[in-house]
Design a protein around this ligand. Structure first.
Ligand code: GAP
Length: 434
């Protein structure tokens, strides 16, 4: 069987500790994934890069971290209780469930050719109960987007921080959707993480600010090293727009299974603040003290998925190269994203002086650079492993090091090697990594 690029990515993720099947020893829980030691580093690096660019380096965006469980009234006001559904059809024979949009002109079950039920709406929100009694009055939902936490805190932000328009709120956190057809590894799952910005502005500025955010978010992916030819913008047709949106542009990535959404930038107009004002009885308005005007700001919302971005970045960074020994697999992740920046490797693991010195160098570097020590294989194997997880530099300690106090530094991409004095090593790597 021919191994596809997705097969190779899934296999590398498991083999090297990026992403594992959730609950695997129990046969797995379908479409759940656990991030392993390298996966969590990559994911954290991505979230850190987003937070730095969108919160810490800007004066006009404030960070938040809101609760996943929210008052049921939030979902009535937001429209999710009544509008957030997909149409599904069930097979009367094998009982499989299908998203009607995926069936198009198909009238029989694609799996067993059984007859299908009429398309019926299926709400995508996960239900649960708050407190010990499982009755309708205690039913709540897991949030299907992080956005609502920011809308309902609009007055708290105005009262505590007094921001002037335009300003934004930003949040990274888990969201949950009971998707009918999850799949394509971590692309569509029922539990996932979002990175969302709610950017409040005067209504007359909304179109311009929307365009600016589309450009800004596209460039963010380029700056992370994603190849330009694998990214594109796609504006939604009117009949595709979510119930709250006046306009929306997706940033799409050319995944091995086709062009698909990485992030959506939506113009939500004043839908959310108006709805929550009506529902809660609290006026979520902004007062412009210069113009003496009170109004509902418009909201521009760049909303991206952490897991989807990690997947796109892995696909984009995956390279195979022909070398003397066969095929070299290397993840060409950029230096901000690479889970591990430096690996220190002893050339001979049966020489205690070499092992001891390599460990000492590694622990010295660890304080300022993300470094690992590895002596669990021959040097060829160790290089191969580090290439596969995208480690930027390998530092090798050999017999000569004991005499001349120099180590070999190997560059992941060029494979060129340089001898560097141990005393200079930290500064040398520090310069390369900034
Ligand atoms: N607040 C707006 C909002 O949630 P969305 O287009 O439904 O908009 C935004 O979701 C982003 O969240 C998507 O672009 C995608 O990256 C991510 N996302 C949505 N559903 C997902 C799922 N089932 N699995 C993984 N990521 C998902």
């Amino acid at each position: 069987m021919v191994e596809t690029l997705m097969d190779k990515i899934v296999s590398l993720c498991k083999r090297r500790g990026f992403i594992f099947q959730g609950s695997e020893i129990y046969g797995g829980l379908a479409n759940t994934w656990d991030y392993g030691p390298y996966g969590v580093e990559l994911k954290n690096n991505l979230k850190r890069a987003w937070w730095k660019a969108n919160v810490q380096e800007r004066d006009d965006i404030l960070g938040m971290d809101c609760a996943i469980l929210m008052h049921p009234g939030v979902w009535e006001a937001s429209g999710h209780a009544h509008n957030f559904f997909d149409l599904k059809s069930d097979c009367r024979n094998c009982k499989k469930r299908f998203k009607s949009a995926n069936l198009k002109d198909i009238t029989k079950c694609p799996e067993c050719a059984g007859s299908l039920t009429e398309a019926r709406p299926f709400n995508l929100m996960f239900k649960t109960y708050q407190g010990p009694v499982e009755e309708a009055g205690n039913q709540i939902y897991l949030r299907p987007e992080t956005a609502q936490g920011m809308f309902v805190n609009f007055l708290n932000i105005l009262d505590s921080r007094h921001p002037k328009l335009p300003f934004g709120l930003a949040q990274i956190g888990k969201s949950f959707r009971n998707e009918i057809t999850p799949g394509n590894f971590t692309f569509r799952t029922r539990e996932f993480e979002q990175m969302e910005i709610e950017y409040f502005c005067r209504p007359e500025d909304a179109d311009r600010i929307y365009e600016e955010w589309v450009g800004e978010r596209f460039n963010w992916y380029l700056n992370l090293g994603v190849k330009k030819e694998n990214l594109r913008k796609r504006e939604h047709a009117k009949d595709e727009l979510a119930h709250y949106a006046k306009g929306c542009t997706d940033i799409e990535y050319n995944f091995p299974f086709g062009w698909n959404e990485l992030e959506g930038i939506a113009n939500r107009a004043d839908f959310d603040l108006r709805q929550h004002s009506k529902s809660s009885g609290k006026e979520l308005v902004y007062f412009d003290d210069q113009k003496k005007e009170r109004f509902f700001p418009y909201i521009i919302e760049p909303s991206g998925g952490v897991d989807r971005s990690v997947l796109a970045i892995l696909v984009d960074a995956y390279h195979e190269e022909k070398v003397k020994e066969g095929t070299r697999v290397v993840l060409k992740l950029n230096k901000e994203l690479s889970p591990i920046k430096v690996a220190v490797l002893p050339l001979l693991r049966n020489r205690p002086e070499i092992v001891e010195l390599a460990k000492k160098i590694s622990s010295g570097l660890k304080k300022s650079i993300v470094t690992v020590y590895d002596d669990t294989g021959s040097i060829g194997k160790l290089y191969r492993r580090q290439d596969e997880v995208g480690t930027l530099y390998c530092v090798t300690v050999d017999v000569q090091t004991l005499e001349d106090k120099q180590v070999t530094v190997r560059d992941r991409d060029t494979m060129l090697q340089e001898r560097i004095n141990i005393e200079r090593l930290k500064d040398y790597l520090g310069e390369k990594l900034t």
